[in-house]
Design a protein around this ligand. Structure first.
Ligand code: TYD
Length: 135
């Protein structure tokens, strides 16, 4: 069965010194991590993403601050996920249309990816996404 978008909760390993969250490929996220990048300096007026990836799976974690992720399926149905804790991640399978927005000033959005960067595997046009989904 195809994996679906889902929230992941990581162990916080907290003690009186603070917290330490571990995210290991194929253990805490369902893929080997080949790439990480992070997004900061966006604000509440910005919408990022607006694309689907033909191959890459992601896990998004707001290690600082908050943001929202809107998932839009090929029928136009929208689901919004809020990332507001550093031990919570959002798993996004390949061929999923995503938009990130409503960034807090202190937002640092860490993105873990299953593939190296390849601009050609991005679908940046929603109608093209619908077409490739066969809808
Ligand atoms: P972009 O895909 O527009 O960011 P977002 O998904 O947040 O809207 O990427 C911004 C720029 O960074 C664009 O020029 C492509 C480049 N980029 C890389 O070179 N490597 C990467 O791994 C990513 C994610 C982006």
């Amino acid at each position: 069965m195809k994996s679906r978008v889902k929230m992941l909760s990581f162990a916080q390993n907290g003690d009186n010194r603070g917290h330490l969250v571990v995210v290991e490929g194929k253990k805490d996220v369902p893929f080997d991590i080949k790439r990480t990048f992070y997004i900061y300096g966006s604000d509440a007026s910005v919408v990022r993403g607006k694309h689907a990836n033909r191959r890459t799976q992601f896990v998004l974690i707001n290690v600082s601050g908050t943001s929202k992720v809107k998932i839009i399926d090929a029928y136009g149905r929208e689901t919004v996920y809020e990332l507001d804790r550093p031990h919570i991640g959002l798993y996004i399978p390949s061929m999923t249309w995503k938009e990130m927005y409503d960034f807090s000033e202190d937002s640092v959005l860490l993105c873990l990816a299953s593939e190296h960067y390849d601009a050609k595997e991005y679908i940046r046009d929603f109608q093209e996404y619908v077409k490739e989904m066969g809808k």
